[in-house]
Design a protein around this ligand. Structure first.
Ligand code: CTP
Length: 403
């Protein structure tokens, strides 16, 4: 999965012959799962049509401040466009547009959007070799990069003039991978090993029966996803679940019972920086497991249970520098119980789920959680999708690690 998935990418196109490559660039961004909008300088429409770009990007294309629609004038809001963007990439960037960007000139919608954007800005120049080498072009590069914009260098090869040299727009595939790599390099958890548990555990009674619970594993998988999207290398130890992930930064370790989970978690804990235990681990298991299927006999049947190992507690006892997060699912006296677990299990953070909250807990795609930190802060959150809760949790962890 590309790091660009679900990102809002604004592509700015200026008037150079390389604008024909913008169509491929839009396709590649769309294929990587991004949302794409295009803003063009008026002159760039001589090189590629807005119709091509709006069809490929599945969005309207903006080239002027005002459009005419059914005799009504519609104002294209460059501020909204700038704020919508997670990434603004100007490709091709002509010498003219770069000079204007470098000097705050604002005489078209692309330039106004550039001045409004708060997101990272990339620019990929394209021009003839002598223009590329010119001192004023270099001065534009220097100014633009000094503002924090990122230069995607032009390639060398045959140019539209027939001359051979530096100035070709970087190939669309190279532009995409430049941006992907740049984003990955800046992720706050880049290459940090993180251990996560998810799902239920099944405690065998005989070869065909077990004691389990209704945990779907969704919360843990969303946390793994959120951590991996921040650059972490995730080990996800999960009980039986239908959840799936194809994220290249998530290594799934399937287990069945609490004992299996305990063993797997301890294999990875020492080399982890953060451990988040969201699994609904069985607290008890059958004391004996029958070798053969248990036959029905009497009208009642008792199972003797014994305690499983508390995985979270065992990590709290041995942790050195790891940041340890636990979950608490409570039905009454929620805060008191969660605070008790935070302390007794030596955690840095506990995520409280109250079953009294509608939309929280097992089998639903939403959750309502309260974060309680080891410093005693209590942070309540709204009812959100589990994906959003996972992102909030990762932000909370980053905040505590930064403090
Ligand atoms: N947990 C664990 N190993 C267990 C039981 C629980 O690692 N054998 C972890 C869970 O993954 C969760 C936290 O402990 O992060 C809290 O689980 P919970 O069942 O709410 O708490 P318990 O300590 O088991 O207490 P109780 O069931 O009495 O509320």
């Amino acid at each position: 999965m590309s790091i660009l998935k679900d990102k809002n990418i604004l592509l700015g196109i200026t008037a150079g012959i390389a604008a024909y490559k913008s169509a491929s660039l839009v396709r590649l961004f769309i294929k990587s799962g991004a949302n794409v909008k295009v803003v063009m300088t008026p002159a760039s429409k001589d090189f590629i049509t807005p119709l091509t770009l709006s069809t490929l990007s599945k969005n309207p294309v903006y080239s002027s401040f005002v459009d005419e629609e059914d005799d009504n004038e519609v104002w294209n809001n460059h501020v909204d466009l700038g704020l919508w963007a997670d990434i603004f990439i100007i490709a091709p960037a002509t010498a003219n547009t770069m000079a204007k960007m470098a000097n705050g000139v604002c005489d078209n919608i692309l330039l106004a959007t550039y001045l409004s954007a708060k997101c990272p800005v990339y620019f990929a120049p394209a021009m003839d070799l002598d223009m590329y080498k010119h001192a004023s072009t270099k001065a534009s590069f220097d100014k633009l990069t000094s503002y924090g914009n990122k230069l995607i260098p032009a390639g060398t090869g045959e140019l539209a003039s027939g001359l051979v040299g530096e100035g070709r727009l970087a190939e669309p595939e190279d532009i995409v991978s430049f941006i992907e790599k740049d984003i990955l390099n800046q992720l706050p958890l880049k290459d940090k090993p993180i251990l996560i548990t998810a799902g239920p555990t099944y405690e065998a009674l005989d070869p065909v029966r077990f004691i389990g619970n209704h945990s779907s594993g969704k919360m843990g998988f969303e946390i793994a996803n959120a951590a991996a999207n921040l650059g972490a290398q995730v080990i996800l130890v999960t009980g039986p679940t239908h959840q799936k992930t194809t994220h290249s930064h998530i290594d799934v370790k399937p287990v069945t019972s609490a004992e299996d989970m305990y063993i797997e978690v301890h294999k990875h804990f020492k080399s982890s920086d953060i451990a988040i235990l969201s699994a609904a681990v069985a607290d008890y298991r059958p004391k004996t497991v029958a070798n053969q299927k248990i036959k029905k006999k009497d009208s009642t049947f008792s199972i003797e249970l014994e305690k499983t190992k508390d995985i979270l507690k065992s990590l709290g006892e041995i942790k050195s520098n790891q940041f340890l997060v636990g979950f608490a699912l409570e039905t009454n006296n929620e805060l008191k119980h969660a605070k008790g677990k935070l302390k007794s299990k030596n955690l840095d953070l506990i995520v409280l789920n109250s079953l009294q909250d509608k939309g929280a807990g097992f089998g639903v795609s939403t959750n309502k959680v309260t974060f309680i930190t080891s410093a005693g802060d209590v942070i309540e959150n709204e009812l959100k999708s589990k994906a959003e809760v996972a992102k909030d949790l990762m932000q909370q962890i980053l905040k505590q690690l930064d403090a």
